[in-house]
Design a protein around this ligand. Structure first.
Ligand SMILES: CC(C)(COP(=O)(O)OP(=O)(O)OC[C@H]1O[C@@H](n2cnc3c(N)ncnc32)[C@H](O)[C@@H]1OP(=O)(O)O)[C@@H](O)C(=O)NCCC(=O)NCCS
Length: 199
């Protein structure tokens, strides 16, 4: 298994592959977060999620993203996404431990970042950035340069994270989370941003 920084990871993408071909690749990369900027040093493996990851992903979605909201990303929905060729689900693992994941859905003219989370204790080590780099690389490979997402209006950490990675606020969605909370829509034009946020 090769070692890559988040930046080098991008260059592993083969532009000749269609998104679905890229999404079906089952190659594993090792991300070494930059030790000089991080507390601690972790080797994190990024890979395409497997069906067996669905329960852990759903649990993380419930506890880290949908806390206090009706649970919409249950195991069945995650499994459906895993089986959908227009959806890419990736995981970050420390050994056998799932420490992060992200879900991106692809449409004709845009991609939607549905979920992204990193376990407490592993945050601020560059893992979220590496996950997003991978998905943005998938989008570029597919010729998709517009990425949207919704984030809970009160989630200041996530808003700061996405802004740092090139997203801008693009409007409010009132009552987006089943009427329990508003969302902020954020958008990123990948054609305007550097090839990798890690650069
Ligand atoms: C948002 C989240 C995914 C970020 O993941 P992460 O691995 O901690 O992020 P990174 O270490 O890659 O951070 C990249 C940059 O984002 C910004 N950032 C990340 N966390 C931040 C925070 N708590 N406050 C301010 N800026 C932050 C920083 O600029 C950071 O770069 P730096 O560490 O060099 O300063 C993580 O906090 C998380 O899982 N939160 C709970 C779930 C969630 O809210 N998901 C998003 C909604 S779907």
């Amino acid at each position: 298994m090769a070692n890559y920084t988040g930046c080098e990871l991008l260059h592993k993408c083969d532009p000749s592959l269609s998104r679905s071909e890229y999404g079906n690749l089952d190659e594993t990369f090792r991300i070494t977060t930059r030790p000089e900027r991080r507390r601690g040093f972790v080797n994190i493996r990024l890979s395409l999620a497997k069906r067996r990851d669905a329960p852990a992903i759903a649990y993380m979605a419930r506890t880290l993203i949908e806390d206090g909201l009706p649970w919409s990303w249950n195991e069945t929905r995650v499994a459906r996404c895993l089986a959908n060729p227009d959806c890419v689900v990736i995981t970050a693992q420390d050994g056998n431990r799932l420490v992060g994941f992200a879900v991106m859905q692809f449409y004709d003219d845009r991609a939607h970042l549905s979920l992204l989370a990193v376990k407490p204790g592993y945050q601020r080590k560059g893992i979220g950035r590496a996950l997003l780099d991978w998905l943005n690389a998938s989008a570029r490979t597919a010729g998709t340069f517009l990425v949207h997402l919704e984030v809970r209006a009160g989630n200041e950490t996530a808003k700061a994270f996405y802004k740092r990675l090139g997203f801008r606020e693009a409007g409010a969605r009132r009552g987006y989370y089943g009427g329990h909370e508003d969302a902020v829509r954020m958008a990123c034009d990948l054609s305007l941003n550097a090839a990798s946020s890690a650069i």
